[in-house]
Design a protein around this ligand. Structure first.
Ligand SMILES: [Zn+2]
Length: 241
């Protein structure tokens, strides 16, 4: 397993984004199951996990997360720092999902990681699929009305119980268009922020799931895209030494 990644060196922090239906969640979940060296931070998952543990940072976020609201910048930043502080030595690659979303949050993240010895921002990985493909995939997400089993597109009855197959409610066209527009706004801001440092990489999400997963793994293991010379990091708090 240790041969999977280069030993030593900084732990790369990758921000992974993609439109709904791009397959990134499926790919990352599979990679995380296969590889204990991968640590994932998702704003919603981490906040809810902290809440379940009774941590004040989680309890402060719980209500907002449950109604799909946006957390205050300072709270997300503190949760992310909380996550970094508790990384295990076996974690050699960090993937961040759903954060940052704004220029302010980009600056927070740069600062939080820039202050650390072990982790380094590796860049932005975008899993790309055209809007029409994303829509087709998401609107194809259908489940059994009786038992909730996912059903492949074009199937009328449930494979498990023969029940009626319906479209998932949050995947209706209007809601999808909203989520997609929101995604494109965030993606443009992040691209702008990271392109200046040549830290943007893309994955072709139209390929089959195995190929997407392989490409994603390659990028995650590639480490920091371009180690920044110390002089360029003076503004990030490196002057302390
Ligand atoms: Zn069923």
């Amino acid at each position: 397993m240790a041969a999977d990644f280069p030993a030593g060196g900084p732990v790369p922090v990758h921000l992974v984004i993609g439109p709904p239906g791009c397959g990134k969640t499926t790919a990352l979940s599979a990679l995380a199951r296969l590889h204990p060296w991968l640590a994932r931070f998702g704003v919603r998952d981490y906040g809810l996990r902290l809440a379940a543990l009774g941590d004040p940072l989680g309890l402060a976020a719980r209500e907002t997360l449950l109604r799909q609201g946006i957390l205050p910048d300072a709270l997300v930043r503190d949760q992310f720092t909380h996550f970094l502080d508790r990384l295990d030595p076996s974690h050699r690659v960090v993937v961040v999902e759903g954060y940052p979303r704004s220029p302010r949050q980009c600056a927070d993240l740069d600062e939080a990681v820039g202050r650390r010895e072990r982790e380094r921002i590796a860049g932005l990985v975008i899993v790309e699929v055209p809007d029409d493909v994303a829509f087709e995939r998401v609107s194809g997400r259908r489940i059994c009305a009786d038992c909730g089993t996912p059903a492949p597109a074009g199937r009328a009855g449930c494979e498990q119980c023969g029940g009626r197959v319906v479209t998932r409610r949050d995947d209706t066209a209007a809601r999808f268009a909203e989520r997609l527009a929101e995604y494109h706004g965030v993606a443009a801001r992040l691209r702008g922020h990271f392109a200046a440092r040549d830290l943007v990489r893309t994955v072709d999400g139209t390929r089959d799931p195995q190929a997407v997963r392989t490409r994603l793994q390659e990028l995650l293991l590639a480490g920091p895209a371009r180690p920044e010379p110390a002089a360029d990091r003076a503004g990030g708090g490196a002057a302390a030494r």
